[in-house]
Design a protein around this ligand. Structure first.
Ligand code: NAD
Length: 358
């Protein structure tokens, strides 16, 4: 994977946004999401092999910057990601991210990758993996509330993995809904552009809330949630940022990624500390029940967990092998004489100055 630069130093593969977009297009989104669900599922099924901690968050008035690390003792992955709902007014992304995969044995980074697109992919793949597990088996209609950057990925994942045929869109900004409808026009999904949340949830068996607002919002009120639906709540992912009325949580069976993180960041931050939740990995491995009745409301209180990023970066590492969907990055000093970092610095700068003088 690594090849030396002239000075003998190793190069680190780097997947830029451009190469990520090319890679996604070359694989095709439905196939990619299907494969990514498999990767995430494999890692959830070996949950106990991972080092786990809630992410390290630095909060400010308009948003949060987070580091999300995990390791399976062979590889270590961390993601840098922000969440700034306020950015929408500045014409900037709410969520941007990049990540690193390293070799645990040496500590050397093996891959640096953009993760803004990759976060949208892994979030959609996780939503669909969980909906396949918990939503009614005959679910064909998805209500998608919040039609921003994540929206199309969510819709296509639910179509590919769960057999969704119709997506009912709602956003407070009709331009966002129009954009999403336009982007989904060629997917074969039936699209309804709705004027209210009430209209969007009509006939939907899966409701995804995917809005960005740094407050305890009530995107979905209790009276709009009928028995038997599956709720995929992904926008409430930070302290002081929720989307659902507490009454919905009281009527639902709540499923989470990693309770110590979700209790701080998820919808359940509104509830008492001992509010009962089920960990998804235990439903996946058959230890705990998922959907047990037609009338049950299942709720995935998604906040995004480091193991999903680990799976996503692992997937990209496998996919870029022997392709040109990467560049080589001069990121590691790694001098030939490992103790002569100082000498290496002088030789590199000297060689460069010599080259410029020629
Ligand atoms: P975005 O800013 O691109 O889009 C958010 C959309 O929500 C905007 O179109 C906005 O108009 C709309 N919106 C805001 N308030 C609304 C309301 N009351 N009703 C309806 N629509 C409303 O953001 P994004 O990248 O699509 O992310 C959406 C949310 O998902 C963010 O809160 C983000 O932090 C979160 N997120 C969660 C995960 C996870 O793993 N759980 C992963 C990625 C993003």
């Amino acid at each position: 994977m690594q090849k030396p630069v002239p000075s003998g130093r190793a190069l680190v593969p780097f997947v830029s946004v451009e190469n990520m977009a090319r890679l996604i297009t070359s694989i095709g989104l439905p196939r990619l999401l299907t494969e990514l669900v498999d990767y995430i599922e494999q890692d959830f099924l070996r949950w106990q092999s991972f080092e786990k901690s809630p992410r390290l968050a630095s909060h400010s008035e308009g948003g949060v910057i987070e580091l999300m690390p995990t390791s399976d003792h062979v590889n270590y992955v961390f993601k840098y990601v922000n969440g700034h709902p306020v950015n929408l007014q500045r014409n900037l992304q709410t969520v941007v991210a990049f990540g690193v995969l390293s070799d645990v044995e040496t500590g050397y980074p093996l891959l640096l990758t953009e993760m803004t697109l990759l976060t949208a992919l892994r979030t959609a793949a996780t939503s669909a993996m969980v909906a396949r597990l918990l939503a009614p088996k005959d679910a064909r209609v998805l209500a998608l509330i919040g039609n921003g950057a994540q929206a199309e990925f969510q819709a296509i994942a639910m179509q590919t993995i769960c057999g969704i045929e119709e997506v009912r869109l709602y956003d407070i900004d009709p331009a966002a809904t129009a954009k999403t409808a336009r982007n989904l026009a060629q997917t074969g999904l039936r699209i309804a552009e709705c004027k209210s949340v009430e209209e969007a949830v009509l006939g939907a068996q899966i409701i995804t809330t995917c809005t960005a607002d740094k407050q305890n919002a009530t995107i979905l009120t209790d009276n709009l949630v009928g028995d038997g639906v599956h709720i995929n709540a992904i926008g409430g992912d930070c302290p002081g940022k929720t989307e659902l009325a507490a009454a919905i949580l009281n009527r639902s069976d709540v499923f989470v990624e990693f309770p110590p993180q979700t209790r701080i960041e998820g919808e359940i931050q509104q509830m008492p500390e001992d509010f009962p939740v089920t960990e998804l990995w235990q439903v996946l491995n058959g230890e705990r029940p998922g959907r047990v009745s037609d009338r049950q409301i299942t709720l995935f209180d998604s906040v995004g967990f480091a193991i999903e990023d680990f799976s996503a970066v692992r997937y990209i590492r496998d996919k870029i092998r022997d392709t040109d969907f990467k560049e080589d990055l001069d990121l590691l000093a790694d001098p030939d004489d490992t103790r002569d970092l100082y000498g290496m610095m002088g030789r590199i700068a000297g060689a460069r100055d010599e080259g410029a003088a020629r």
